[in-house]
Design a protein around this ligand. Structure first.
Ligand SMILES: [Zn+2]
Length: 473
C-alpha cells in the first residue's frame, strides 16, 4: 500500500498536469482531490465586481476532472452562474428524492499573515488539511462527491433518487445559487423527502458540561435573520453651540434602551428536544433535570440565558454591528444611523421582532429614531423539521454506524444556511456537517487557520456514502 502511494506521488510529481484528467484523478488520494478544491479561491462578495469569476467558473470542470465516475453516473445541470445540480436516478425512483447540499464559495481569508499556512494552500500535513473552506463548506462538498465517486466506481446506485445542489454564494445571500435552484425545483414540481445541508457537527468537547462523549448535533430548525437600520435626525451646525439633544445622542439613547431590554427567554421545540436528548445521556440529577425541560423550565432558561454560548438557543438575539454619524470633530451631523442584526427564535417573526424594537425605541426617545428593514436582510425563522419518523431514524442510525459513541441531538441553527431557500420544496430540512469538530476548530471558521483532520473528514465521507445509498426497501 505504501509503495503504491509512493509510485502515485512519483507519477504526479513527474507529470503534474499533463495526464489525462481521468488518469490524474485515479492516482490522486481522496485528500488530494479535496485539497484541489481548497486551492480554488472562490471568495464570494456582496459586490460581484470584487469576485474572481474565473475561480467560480473553474469549479464545475474541476469537479468533472476529480470525480469522473460520479459524473458518468449522474446528470449535471448548471443553474445560473452560481449553481451546480446533480441528479442520480435511484433504483426505487417512484419514491420521493432526497437532496444533498453544500456551498463552494468561501469568506475572505482576512489577514493572510495571521495564518500559519497560506489560506488557499490546501496543505496536507500530519493528517490535517489546511485552508479556507476546509470546514465551511468545501469539506462537505468534497465529501458528497467522494461518496458519489466511490459508489459509482463500485457500480452501485442509490435506492432513492438523489439530487446534489451546490451553491456558489451562500456566504453573501444565496440568491444566485440556492434560491435559483430551489425555484427551479419548485417549477418542476420536485419535492424532497428530506434535505441535508451544512449546520451542526459532531461536537467532540463543546458540550462537556452536559455529556462527556461526542454529540452529533443535527440542525432541525433555523433562526430567522433581520437587519434593521435606525436613523436619528438632528440639526447640523457648529459644534460650539449644540442643542440639548443631538442626532448621535438620540441614537445612543435608543441603542442603550435596546441593550437594556433583551428579548425574553423562551424554550422552543428543538432546543427542548436537544436538552431532553442530552439529559437522557447524562443521567444523574442533571440528566433528570434536563430530560424534564417543561418541569424545570424557569431554572433551565435562566441557566442557559446566562451563558452567551447557549443564550442564542433560547432568545432572539440583537447585535449592534454598524454605527455611523459625523465626519468632523467640530461639526454636528444632521443624521446618525446604526444597524442592528437580529436572529429570530422560531415562534417569533420579523413583524413581532420589529414591533418590539419599535416599542422599546418609542419608550426611550419617542418618535425621534426611525426603524427600517435593510433590503434583502429579512428572513423568517425556518420551523422545526420532524424529529421522529423513518427519515430521522435513518439519519440517526447512519450517525450511530459512523460514530458509535455519539449522542444524537436535534439542534437549533443560530446562523442562516442555504437550506432556508428550500422550505417550499421540502418539509424536512436537516443541517449537519458530518465531521468531528472541536471547539477550537469551529472557532477557526470565518477566522484564521481553518483546518480539519482527515480522519474526521473521512468519517464524513463514510456517513454521506450511507446517506447517498439510502435505506433498502
Ligand atoms: Zn457555510
Amino acid at each position: 500500500m505504501k509503495n503504491k502511494k509512493r509510485v502515485e506521488r512519483c507519477i504526479i510529481s513527474l507529470f503534474p498536469r499533463v495526464l489525462e484528467p481521468r488518469v490524474y484523478s485515479w492516482v490522486m488520494t481522496s485528500a488530494e482531490r479535496f485539497s484541489e478544491l481548497i486551492r480554488v479561491q472562490t471568495v464570494s462578495s456582496y459586490d460581484p465586481s470584487e469576485e474572481d469569476s474565473t475561480a467560480f467558473d473553474r469549479i464545475p470542470s474541476l469537479l468533472e476532472e476529480l470525480y469522473p465516475a460520479a459524473h458518468q453516473a449522474m446528470e449535471r445541470e448548471l443553474v445560473g452562474d452560481r449553481g451546480i445540480v446533480f441528479r442520480w436516478e435511484g433504483t426505487e425512483s417512484h419514491l420521493s428524492p432526497i437532496l444533498g447540499m453544500a456551498h463552494y464559495d468561501v469568506v475572505p481569508p482576512g489577514d493572510s499573515e495571521k495564518w500559519q499556512r497560506p489560506p488557499f494552500s490546501g496543505e496536507i500535513v500530519d493528517g490535517r488539511i489546511y485552508g479556507r473552506g476546509t470546514l465551511d463548506d468545501k469539506g462537505m462538498l468534497a465529501a458528497w462527491m467522494e461518496a458519489a465517486e466511490s459508489l459509482a466506481s463500485q457500480g452501485k446506485r442509490p435506492h432513492r433518487t438523489v439530487y446534489l445542489a451546490f451553491g456558489g454564494d451562500e456566504e453573501t445571500t444565496g440568491q444566485r445559487g440556492a434560491a435559483r435552484i430551489a425555484a427551479l425545483f419548485a417549477k418542476r414540481g420536485i419535492r424532497f423527502a428530506y434535505a441535508l445541508d451544512e449546520g451542526g457537527a459532531v461536537a467532540t468537547n463543546q458540550l462537556k458540561s452536559f455529556v462527556s462523549g461526542p454529540v452529533a448535533l443535527i440542525g432541525a430548525a433555523e433562526k430567522g435573520y433581520l437587519t434593521l437600520c435606525l436613523r436619528a435626525q438632528g440639526m447640523s451646525g457648529h459644534a460650539s453651540a449644540p442643542p440639548k439633544h443631538t442626532a448621535i445622542g438620540r441614537l445612543s439613547t435608543a441603542l442603550a434602551a435596546l441593550e437594556a431590554h433583551p428579548f425574553p427567554l423562551a424554550l422552543s421545540e428543538i432546543p427542548q428536544a436537544m436538552l431532553s436528548a442530552l439529559g437522557r445521556a447524562a443521567g444523574g440529577f442533571k440528566g433528570f433535570l434536563l430530560s424534564h425541560p417543561r418541569l424545570f423550565k424557569p431554572l433551565i432558561l435562566s441557566q442557559l440565558g446566562a451563558r452567551s454560548s447557549m443564550a442564542s438557543l433560547v432568545r432572539t438575539t440583537l447585535a449592534m454591528t454598524v454605527v455611523r454619524g459625523g465626519e468632523r470633530d467640530n461639526v454636528l451631523p444632521n443624521e446618525a444611523q446604526a444597524q442592528i442584526n437580529l436572529r429570530i427564535l422560531p415562534g417569533e417573526s420579523i413583524a413581532s421582532s420589529m414591533a418590539r424594537v419599535r416599542n422599546i425605541i418609542h419608550q426611550a426617545v419617542d418618535g425621534d429614531v426611525s426603524v427600517e428593514v435593510v433590503e434583502g436582510s429579512a428572513f423568517e425563522p425556518v420551523p422545526a423539521s420532524p424529529i421522529e419518523g423513518p427519515d430521522w431514524d435513518f439519519l440517526k442510525s447512519a450517525v450511530r454506524q459512523t460514530w458509535p459513541q455519539a449522542v444524537v441531538a436535534p439542534y437549533l441553527m443560530t446562523a442562516t444556511t442555504d437550506s432556508r431557500w428550500y422550505r417550499d420544496v421540502c418539509d424536512a430540512i436537516y443541517r449537519f456537517i458530518p465531521m468531528d469538530v472541536t471547539a477550537r476548530e469551529s472557532q477557526a471558521v470565518h477566522s484564521e487557520d481553518e483546518s480539519i483532520s482527515l480522519e474526521a473528514w473521512e468519517r464524513g465521507v463514510s456517513f454521506l456514502t450511507q446517506v447517498l445509498e439510502g435505506q433498502k426497501g
